[in-house]
Design a protein around this ligand. Structure first.
Ligand SMILES: NC(=O)c1ccc[n+]([C@@H]2O[C@H](COP(=O)([O-])OP(=O)(O)OC[C@H]3O[C@@H](n4cnc5c(N)ncnc54)[C@H](O)[C@@H]3O)[C@@H](O)[C@H]2O)c1
Length: 386
């Protein structure tokens, strides 16, 4: 199926130095030196964000020496390593960004940590909670920064919604509706490595975009999902001549530990929807809604006098104002949010503690929810989230 041929086996490269090479400390002089693993869509996004955040992107590795060379040329990166093992062993790299298909994440991120590198690893952090937990423990033992790009946290208006909920202005949270809709896998002829569980993992739509939704929900609410009941649907039995073993859609009913109830709906077969991530929270006094496709506003619902609140740095809560880096009227979007995420990762590497940095622990949370959603869809029973 598709370009699964591009997904090379991700046997963990043997680290050359345990906990040593490339370790950054406060004595570092000059910009952080970044190595990118994976030369596809996210390899480009990470490269651009790393540069915008002031780092030097020094090397890239991908599924083969040839594909690394192509990526190096396309992205203007000086060194194309012949293998990921070679990049991870490179003493001239401080932080490794893992931008490869899902099943490779655990081995590659684990090897980078073992070699003493800080790591940014794409979501889903791993394709099982056991692997994700091992990564959380490895990062903690090594004392390295280990972050997952849950990038929607970095829209200023998400921080504004979060601050309003934390300060209680919407009242007690009663209910939440979250959805993330796309259409790029609508037709039976639409194929991608994510469709095949051997490259994408046992969950497709939920792990791919539901993980963003879960993270955003828990981040904005300051609450966690306790129990889920779900159904999934696979619309096309086969794609590109191969049997499909991952879901196109997932519908979830949930309860939070804080006592709210809600629903999540995730689909990659919703015509006309591109990246329609919407989070709609109802409290006892107000509602608040954020939509990723219109990230410069939030809607505040009231029984009387609902309003659309636009980003206005002077009027934002401090954490939202911090991320509001251009004057209102110059729209901020996904690319800016990604740069803000990477800037905060690098600030953490340099010893700061930026508010709301998504770490491997948050990556683990999303994997655990994904497992509970799949388990519930399988046996049609409620499942607790570990
Ligand atoms: N945070 C976000 O907003 C966001 C958005 C899109 C994708 N993602 C995640 O980013 C990851 C990559 O997605 P993408 O859209 O860039 O995919 P892609 O197919 O465009 O690129 C994947 C790249 O990895 C390379 N590759 C495959 N196997 C490899 C291996 N074993 N070692 C080294 N390189 C290997 C491929 O050659 C390709 O260059 C996925 O895990 C996806 O879930 C995150």
């Amino acid at each position: 199926m598709t370009d699964v041929g591009e997904v090379q086996g991700a046997a963990p490269p043997a680290p050359t130095t345990a906990g040593g090479t490339g370790r950054v400390d406060s004595a570092r002089v000059g910009p952080l030196r970044v190595g990118i693993v994976g030369g596809g869509f996210m390899g480009r996004v990470h490269t651009n964000a790393a540069r915008a955040a002031g780092a030097q992107v020094v090397a890239v590795a991908s599924s083969s020496a040839d594909s690394a060379a192509r990526a190096a040329e396309a992205l203007g990166i000086g060194t194309a390593h012949a293998s990921v093992a070679e990049l991870i062993a490179d003493p001239g790299i401080d932080v490794v960004h893992v931008c490869t298909p899902n099943v490779t994440h655990a081995a590659l991120a684990g090897a980078a940590l073992a070699a003493g590198k800080h790591v940014v690893c794409e979501k889903p952090l791993a394709t099982s909670s056991a692997e994700a937990l091992a990564l959380v423990e490895a990062a903690s033992r090594a004392g390295l920064v280990a972050a997952v790009p849950f990038v929607y946290r970095f829209h200023p208006m998400v921080r504004e919604a979060r601050a309003r909920i934390a300060e209680g202005s919407i009242g007690r949270v009663l209910s939440v509706r979250g959805s993330y809709l796309q259409d790029w896998l609508l037709d039976a002829g639409d194929i991608d490595w994510r469709v095949d569980s051997s490259a994408g993992g046992p969950s497709r739509a939920f792990a791919d975009i539901g993980s963003h939704l879960v993270d955003l929900l828990e981040f904005v609410l300051g609450d966690t999902l306790a129990r889920v009941s779900s159904v999934t649907s696979t619309v096309h039995e086969s794609r590109g001549g191969s049997v499909v073993d991952t879901e196109d859609e997932a519908a979830v009913v949930f309860e939070t530990r804080g006592g709210a109830i809600g629903t999540l709906f995730v689909s990659q077969v919703a015509p006309g929807r591109k990246n329609r991530l919407v989070l709609d929270v109802a409290g006892t006094a107000e509602s608040v809604e954020f939509s990723q496709e219109e990230p410069e506003t939030i809607w505040i619902g009231r029984r009387h006098g609902s309003e659309v609140v636009a980003r206005d740095t002077e009027a934002l809560r401090p954490d939202a104002a911090r991320l509001s880096i251009v004057p209102a009227g110059h729209p901020l979007g996904y690319v800016d949010a990604f740069t803000a995420f990477v800037r905060d990762v690098y600030a953490a590497i340099d010893g700061s503690a930026p508010e709301g940095l998504p770490t491997f622990a948050d990556g683990l949370r999303a994997v655990r929810v994904t497992e509970a959603v799949l388990a519930s869809a399988h046996d049609r029973a409620w499942h607790s989230v570990a």
